[in-house]
Structures are given as C-alpha cells and as structure tokens.
Design a protein around this ligand. Structure first.
Ligand code: GDP
Ligand code: ZN
Length: 453
C-alpha cells in the first residue's frame, strides 16, 4: 500500500468564517495531541474516538471558553493520522487565538484541502473520493449531495476495480505467453484477446456515457425561455420557479430585462432566463431587452420556444425555430386551457410539449422533457456516474488505448505491441483513481478546497 504519513502537524479552523454557535479547530499529524493538550484543562484524558469536555486556557492559565474535544487515533481518523478536533464556541477571536496557540506549539497552518489531501496520500481515499468531498461541500441541491456522497462512499472506485482487474489479468496472460513462448506455451489466440478487450471496453463505455448526466448534475445548465410577447413565457417561468418572481402582465412587451433565477429541476441546478418577447420594437428600452433576449438565446444550453395555442405560428417563430436547429430546444405550446385550433406544427418533426401556465397542466411533462433532452438518459441512481472532466478524460484515454490495442490484435501485430496499448490503458485507469497522478494535477484538485477540509 502507498501508505504515506506526514511528519508535521497541521491546524486550521474548519468551520466557516464568522460567528456561530460552534467553531472547530482541527489538528492532524503526529503531534496533534501533544499540541492540543497544554491548551486545555481536561477533566478526563483524551481517549481515542471519544469526546471530552474541556476548558480552554489562555497563556496565563485563565479560562477562555468551554469546549468539546474529540481525539481520533491514527489510523482511525479522516486523514489516517492522529486528529484532534476542538469544538469551542464560534467566536472568531477565540478560534483565532486557538489557532495561534496551536501554531506556537509547533503546528503548521494547513493549506486549502490539506486534510483531504492527507487522507488521499495515506491511501484512505482515492482521488474520486477526494473530489467527492469537495463536491459534497459545494453541493447546492440534495441530489448533488447524494451523488457526491455515493462517490465519497467509493461508488466509482468499486466500479473501476473489477475492470482494472480484468485488464491486469489479460496483461499477465499475454506477458506469460511472451515469456514462455520458447517453452511452447501458446500465445493467447487473437480472437480471445479481442473478446477480452471488448469485455473491458463495454463497462468503460457505459461509464463514459454517464458523464452527460454527471456533468449536468454537478454544473447544472442554463435555459432561456423565448417567444413572442404575451404567449406566457413569464407565467411558465413562474411555474418552473414556483414563485411569483417574473412580472406577469397582460400588456405585451413588459419583460424588458432578463429575469434569471436558479431553480432545482429534479435536483439539477438550472439557471432559468425569462426573456423579453422576441419582436421588432420601436421602443428603445424594449429593443435593448430584445437584443439581450437574442444573446441569452444564443448562449443558453437549452431553449424553450413558447407558442400560443390560440394563435397560428408566426413567421418569427418559424425563423426562431430554424435558428435553433441542431441545438437542444423544445417547443412549448402554451394556453392549452383556452379554445384553440388543431396545431399546425408537425408532431413528428419536433419535440413538443403542451402546457397551460394558468392551470399548471403539462408542467411535469415539460420538466421531464427538459431533463431528458439535457441528460439523454438518466442513469440508474445505483450506478456510479462520472462527475468531472478529469475523470472523463482518464476514462476516454483508457478507451482510446483499448481501441488501439484491439486494432493491433486484429492486425496480428506482435503481442509486445498490443501490450504497450494495454499498459497505456492501465495507466489511464490508475490516473483515474489517482494512484499515478502528477503533483501538478493533485495540487490543482486540492487547492480548490476550502481551508480546514
Ligand atoms: P409573456 O409576455 O410571454 O411573458 O406572457 P405572460 O406570462 O406575461 O402572460 C401574458 C398573459 O397571458 C397574462 O395575462 C397571463 O395570465 C396569460 N397566460 C399565460 N399563460 C397562460 C395560459 O396557459 N392560459 C391562459 N388562459 N392564459 C395564460
Ligand atoms: Zn414576460
């Protein structure tokens, strides 16, 4: 095992800046206990895995605060090192004093993410799990938290381990074939090599595809609502936001500025943009609004083009639809509650959703249509999903190398050559879990963390 324990002891305030009911100073490293103990008046000595009541003393021995102190003995801690957590009252001066005292007694102030980095370096977390810690802290919806928690629990690592094992045993068999070729041990038949490579490619390909969903869960997307004035854009916006945020009026052309709101669409963060009606206008303020609408439309990840069911599609709508061709967009035919003629839009050609922003009918269908358009397929929550570019890159590197290997195997290239590609794939999988990542990559990942985590 790549066990690595640091020699120095780090300290940080692990709770967010500002005042709070509780503030936590955390120490990790071999001297954690030795540094903390002189600052505390303990009624009972620290014991592994147990919380202790303590008074915090200043340098003259006066009592400053009361705290609960927890000691985690190596290797049974977050970092695998000795960890002491002092949970005092959340006063910035007090916590700062504690921090300085720890530093005066030999602790070093922790860098951002250094506790998690130590957990990674000690082998307690792999890189995908360390990334999940960050995602969990940054999550803005419960669904994001759930996906991050699964990853922290090792869902990606568990998925990759058997695949890697398969690759390693293929490599081993092929290496043996080469080593003992003179002793008449047969080389693995070519057909078997290609089937075995294919068996490794299949689950990796599925995993790679999960990124379409994982990226959106983590980063969310922007959605612009466009259409002619008065078709019900703001009303639909409000339905999706479930609050009366955008101004709804019966006079066309009143949403002059862009109204944006972050909403959670089935746990996925969505930046929703209500735009001014798309139409030519003499009014200057309105023209600016229309310009902004067009910009929002061109930048959004998905566009809802809203039509009024009671009116025939306008030339402008057709032009907008044409401009959106090839991009993710949905046509929403609103005001279904009113008397309306048969739609003249060919159902087969486009993704249509019929709604009434007034009654709310069709809104759940609209949400579903948006999600399925943005995520292609929503993977089974039981399976792991890739959540960032780095993970995706490693998997696609592995797949590219496997593809190469398979081509080489079909062309009956010497096994040594096929092996080069297989080793390349193995390296990519190792990079995925972080067992062979460069310091640069690691630094990039951990510096994104907050201090104290
Ligand atoms: P926007 O200009 O496209 O943003 O349209 P608004 O959302 O401001 O709506 C314009 C008018 O249409 C308002 O009077 C709304 O109450 C009304 N409206 C919006 N959606 C519906 C709907 O589904 N059915 C009916 N009957 N009226 C609607
Ligand atoms: Zn509006």
């Amino acid at each position: 095992d790549s066990s690595f324990l640091s020699e120095d002891t780090i300290v940080a305030i692990s709770t967010p800046p500002g005042r709070g009911g509780i503030g936590i100073v955390r120490l990790s490293g071999p001297a954690a206990r030795a540094i903390a103990e002189p600052l505390l008046k303990l009624r009972h000595p620290l014991a592994p895995g147990q919380a202790r009541f303590a008074e915090i003393l200043d340098s003259t021995g006066e009592i400053l605060d009361e705290a609960v102190v927890t000691y985690f003995q190596s290797p049974h801690s977050y970092t695998s090192e000795d960890v002491v957590e002092i949970a005092a009252h959340g006063s910035p001066v007090l916590l700062d004093h504690l921090l300085r005292q720890c530093a005066a007694h030999g602790a070093r102030l922790a860098e951002p993410g250094e506790f998690t980095q130590r957990a990674f370096l000690s082998g307690r977390l792999d890189l995908t799990q360390a990334e999940a810690v960050h995602d969990l802290i940054e999550s803005t919806t419960l669904h994001q938290a759930r996906i991050a928690a699964q990853q922290l629990g090792g869902s990606l690592s568990r998925q990759i381990t058997p695949i890697k094992q398969q690759l390693i045993s293929l490599i081993a068999v092929m290496e043996a074939g080469i080593d003992f070729a003179e002793d008449d041990i047969d080389l693995l038949p070519q057909a078997q090599i290609t089937t075995q490579i294919a068996a490794i490619q299949a689950p990796l390909t599925a995993l790679e595809h999960s990124f379409a969903y994982g990226r959106i869960v983590r980063e969310g997307f922007t959605m612009a609502i466009v259409g002619r004035p008065n078709v019900g854009k703001s009303s639909l916006f409000n339905r999706l936001v479930q609050r009366d945020r955008a101004i709804v009026t019966a006079t066309p052309g009143t949403t002059r500025d862009l109204v944006t709101e972050r909403v959670s669409l089935n746990g996925i963060p969505v930046e929703l943009i209500d735009t001014a009606g798309l139409r030519d206008s003499a009014d200057e303020a309105e023209s600016i609004g229309i310009k902004k609408s067009r910009e929002a439309m061109s930048e959004a990840d998905i566009v809802l083009l809203v039509l009024d069911a009671t009116a025939a599609p306008h030339e402008e709508d057709k032009a907008t639809a044409a401009a959106l061709a090839g991009r993710p967009f949905l046509i929403v035919i609103n005001k279904q509650d009113l008397e309306h003629p048969e739609s003249q839009i060919p159902e087969t050609a486009l993704q249509l959703v019929r709604t009434s922003a007034l009654t709310g009918s069709g809104i759940p269908e609209l949400r579903r249509a948006i999600l399925s358009l943005m995520t292609k397929e929503i993977p089974n929550i039981e399976t792991a999903v890739l959540t960032n570019q780095r993970q995706q890159q490693s998997i696609s590197d592995a797949l590219a190398a496997l593809h190469q290997a398979r081509r080489a195997a079909t062309a009956i290239i010497p096994h040594e050559m096929i092996l080069l590609d297989l080793y390349e794939a193995l390296r990519a999988l190792d990079a995925f879990t972080g067992s062979t990542s460069s310091d640069d990559i690691l630094n990039l990942i951990f510096t994104k963390f907050c201090i104290g985590k």
